[in-house]
Design a protein around this ligand. Structure first.
Ligand SMILES: *[C@@H]1O[C@H](CO)[C@@H](O)[C@H](O)[C@H]1NC(C)=O
Ligand SMILES: *[C@@H]1O[C@H](CO)[C@@H](O)[C@H](O)[C@H]1NC(C)=O
Ligand SMILES: *[C@@H]1O[C@H](CO)[C@@H](O)[C@H](O)[C@H]1NC(C)=O
Ligand SMILES: *[C@@H]1O[C@H](CO)[C@@H](O)[C@H](O)[C@H]1NC(C)=O
Ligand SMILES: *[C@@H]1O[C@H](CO)[C@@H](O)[C@H](O)[C@H]1NC(C)=O
Ligand SMILES: *[C@@H]1O[C@H](CO)[C@@H](O)[C@H](O)[C@H]1NC(C)=O
Ligand SMILES: *[C@@H]1O[C@H](CO)[C@@H](O)[C@H](O)[C@H]1NC(C)=O
Ligand SMILES: *[C@@H]1O[C@H](CO)[C@@H](O)[C@H](O)[C@H]1NC(C)=O
Ligand SMILES: *[C@@H]1O[C@H](CO)[C@@H](O)[C@H](O)[C@H]1NC(C)=O
Ligand SMILES: *[C@@H]1O[C@H](CO)[C@@H](O)[C@H](O)[C@H]1NC(C)=O
Ligand SMILES: *[C@@H]1O[C@H](CO)[C@@H](O)[C@H](O)[C@H]1NC(C)=O
Ligand SMILES: *[C@@H]1O[C@H](CO)[C@@H](O)[C@H](O)[C@H]1NC(C)=O
Length: 594
């Protein structure tokens, strides 16, 4: 669930006060909420009948909507800050904003602002920060006068055409983001020679041509995201000359060839994301990249397709924390050189053709907190060493999973997925699903008390489900389906209060399905395909029927959202009431495919 925090802030010259445009609550809505509270067993903390303005109550959010107020700068030319972000403002950017000659900061992000970006806006004399992202703006970018802008974000709009060769008019621009628009054409000369830009984010457009940065000019460039465009040619070999450059995303372009030899000297490089490219020779590429002394994240998924996993013994990546090589149809085995990657927190080798056994040394990687070997051809038993994975046994902030990949959200009516930020939080994971693993699930798996996702489905595991799995108090997803497990489902699993997805379907289990706890919430499909299982909502167990009790409502987690639309003070307001009794943790877990 999204919680939109409203704030519309205005700061006037000479005053450093923030004037919040505070909406008041419609009395009818107030009454509805009072009735709702009266229906609860106890009053809702922070909700008080003493304050009739329900917009002041905890968890209640009222939002502004309607057109952007036009007259603001006509009567108060001294306005310096306008924060209208994350509301429901509609209509065009009004011409009267041209009078805002003292305006330094304007945010209109995450509204429904439409039309073009007016000519005057980018060169308002004092404007240094402009947030226009996530609106319905169309047309081209234009600017003819010197601009003071330091921060410009026009992402997630319908802007189109080529980027004008106008970046010399922005001598102080350090942040430029224009991702998720319809821009095309090449990168203009003044952009690839900008000495001020430090973060450049042009992901998800239709830019084409060569990536031809002038690193002698772009001395401040730190962060470069050109992913999901139509750039062609090779990965530019001059990038290491951009001496501040730390983070590069080139995924999903038409780039071909190899990693340039010059990358051996790319000392500033920390994050390299080159998935879904037509790259060749993984072996040589890794031998080059191992020389990047500051490299912490390497994303090579869906590149180097159909090659063999290099087994060169002496590969060393001393600093590498995140290695993603999924969906490349790589053959060979899990390589021994991974043993030297002592800092590894995230290892994803899923969706390849790797065969052989899981090497026991993986269990000794001190920091590993996300291991995905799903969808390969691995055989043999699960090495017992995996039950000792430090990253899943201890909660240690120095072992946080920090994957600087874009987080996507669904946007607008189209439901299109657009990137909205970086830094993907992953569940602590052991995913060995879709292989041909045999043998048992070690009782010592119960030691992995911080694992959040344990996925062993579609293997050939046999033996019992160990009762010790009841110790995995962090677990949210446990999928043991499609194996050959026998015996009973241990009653200890009822203790697992965070468990929301559970399946033991298609095994050889028998006995009574435990009842209570989260088990009251699992569908029948979690248990089907086990001829010996019975339970309250399943095949009835004659003997033990009395022991089972309805407990579906014991769980206290629930949340309610509803929207009340109303009209007041001559302006349309949208009141959205969000009641959060137990705030669910909202996280985006999937590593997105392009
Ligand atoms: C409250 O609801 C009544 C009945 O629908 C309506 O007549 C009245 O105008 C509403 N009051 C406000 C402040 O919206
Ligand atoms: C500006 O101030 C004048 C005089 O107080 C008032 O009549 C007018 O409505 C104001 N305009 C706006 C757009 O607020
Ligand atoms: C507001 O801008 C308009 C058009 O740019 C201009 O004619 C008018 O004089 C300005 N008013 C003020 C008070 O600056
Ligand atoms: C850029 O910033 C400098 C120093 O902050 C300032 O003096 C200069 O006027 C700015 N340039 C423009 C075009 O605003
Ligand atoms: C690259 O930038 C340097 C330094 O600003 C400049 O001297 C050089 O002419 C530029 N090269 C090209 C090809 O534009
Ligand atoms: C490598 O990383 C370290 C630590 O983050 C940093 O101090 C150093 O400047 C980096 N080296 C380069 C060449 O950027
Ligand atoms: C990779 O490149 C090296 C050196 O150029 C070459 O010896 C090797 O055969 C290449 N491997 C593949 C799979 O193309
Ligand atoms: C994956 O590799 C196998 C051979 O190892 C080949 O038969 C298959 O066609 C490849 N799949 C794709 C999608 O390239
Ligand atoms: C593991 O990889 C598979 C295949 O690439 C993917 O479908 C699955 O979501 C991944 N598991 C987790 C927990 O991310
Ligand atoms: C966390 O991990 C670091 C590095 O492995 C280690 O030095 C430290 O002792 C650990 N702290 C705890 C509380 O486990
Ligand atoms: C399943 O496990 C039982 C022993 O528990 C074994 O007899 C049987 O052959 C296994 N079935 C398969 C398909 O592996
Ligand atoms: C968990 O289960 C729900 C409902 O069955 C399903 O929609 C969701 O995709 C599952 N999540 C995961 C990560 O398996």
């Amino acid at each position: 669930m999204n919680v939109f925090w409203l704030y519309a802030t205005i700061i006037l010259a000479g005053f450093s006060v923030k004037a919040h445009l505070n909406p008041t609550c419609n009395s009818n809505d107030s009454m509805v909420l009072q009735h709702f509270m009266n229906g609860m067993e106890s009053p809702i903390p922070g909700w008080t009948s003493n304050s009739p303005n329900c917009c002041d109550w905890d968890g209640v959010t009222c939002a502004f909507s309607g057109p952007i107020p036009t007259g603001l700068c006509i009567n108060s030319t001294g306005i310096r800050v306008l924060k209208f972000g994350e509301n429901h403002f509609r209509g065009e950017i009004p011409p009267e904003f041209a009078n805002c000659s003292f305006l330094e900061h304007l945010s209109l992000d995450a509204n429904y602002v439409s039309g073009i970006i007016p000519d005057y806006l980018l060169s308002l004399p004092r404007l240094s920060r402009l947030y226009l992202q996530d609106n319905e703006l169309i047309g081209q970018l234009r600017n003819s006068y010197p601009s003071n802008l330091v921060y410009l974000d026009v992402s997630i709009n319908g802007l189109s055409g080529e980027l004008p060769d106008f970046f010399h008019t922005f001598p102080n621009l350090t942040y430029f983001a224009a991702y998720s628009n319809n821009f095309d054409g090449g990168l203009p000369f003044s952009l690839v020679n900008s000495g001020s830009i430090s973060r450049l984010i042009l992901r998800s457009n239709s830019f084409s041509g060569l990536i031809d940065l002038n690193c002698s000019s772009m001395i401040n460039l730190v962060f470069l995201d050109l992913a999901t465009n139509k750039f062609s040619g090779a990965i530019p070999d001059n990038l290491p000359a951009c001496s501040s450059l730390k983070t590069i995303y080139l995924d999903g372009n038409k780039l071909t060839g190899r990693i340039p030899e010059s990358f051996k000297r790319f000392n500033s490089l920390s994050h390299l994301s080159i998935s879904s490219l037509n790259l060749k020779n993984l072996s040589v590429s890794l031998q080059i990249l191992q020389h990047c002394q500051n490299l912490t994240t390497l994303v090579l998924s869906s590149s180097f397709v159909n090659e063999e996993m290099p087994s060169i013994a002496n590969l060393r990546f001393k600093m590498l924390k995140n290695l993603l090589m999924r969906r490349s149809n790589l053959t060979g085995t899990i390589p021994l050189w991974l043993d030297g990657l002592t800092k590894l927190t995230v290892l994803d080798l899923s969706s390849n053709q790797l065969h052989g056994q899981i090497p026991p040394f993986l269990g000794n990687l001190q920091s590993l907190g996300y291991l995905n070997l799903s969808t390969n051809c691995l055989t043999g038993g699960i090495p017992k060493s995996l039950t000792g994975l430090t990253g899943l046994r201890f909660l240690n902030t120095s072992l946080m999973i920090n994957l600087n990949l874009p987080v996507f959200k669904r946007h607008g009516m189209s439901g299109k997925k657009v990137p909205c930020s970086y830094g993907i939080p992953l569940r602590r994971t052991l995913d060995l699903s879709y292989n041909s693993l045999t043998g048992q699930i070690w009782p010592e798996f119960g030691n992995l008390i911080y694992v959040e996702n344990l996925n062993l489905k579609y293997n050939k595991l046999s033996g019992n489900i160990p009762g010790t799995l009841g110790n995995l108090f962090s677990i949210q997803i446990m999928d043991l389906s499609h194996n050959n497990l026998s015996g009973e489902i241990p009653h200890s699993l009822v203790k697992l209060h965070a468990l929301s997805n559970f399946s033991v379907a298609y095994n050889a289990l028998s006995g009574t399905i435990p009842s209570g706890g989260q088990f009251s919430t699992f569908p029948n499909s979690s248990f089907e395909g086990n001829t010996g299982l019975c339970g309250e909502f399943f095949t009835k167990c004659d003997k033990v029927q009395d022991l089972l009790q309805p407990s579906a409502f014991k769980s206290k987690n629930f949340s309610i959202t509803y929207l009340v639309e109303w009209v007041g003070f001559g302006t349309g307001f949208l009141l959205s009431v969000i009641v959060l009794l137990v705030i669910p943790t909202i996280r985006e877990f999937q590593i997105e495919e392009l």
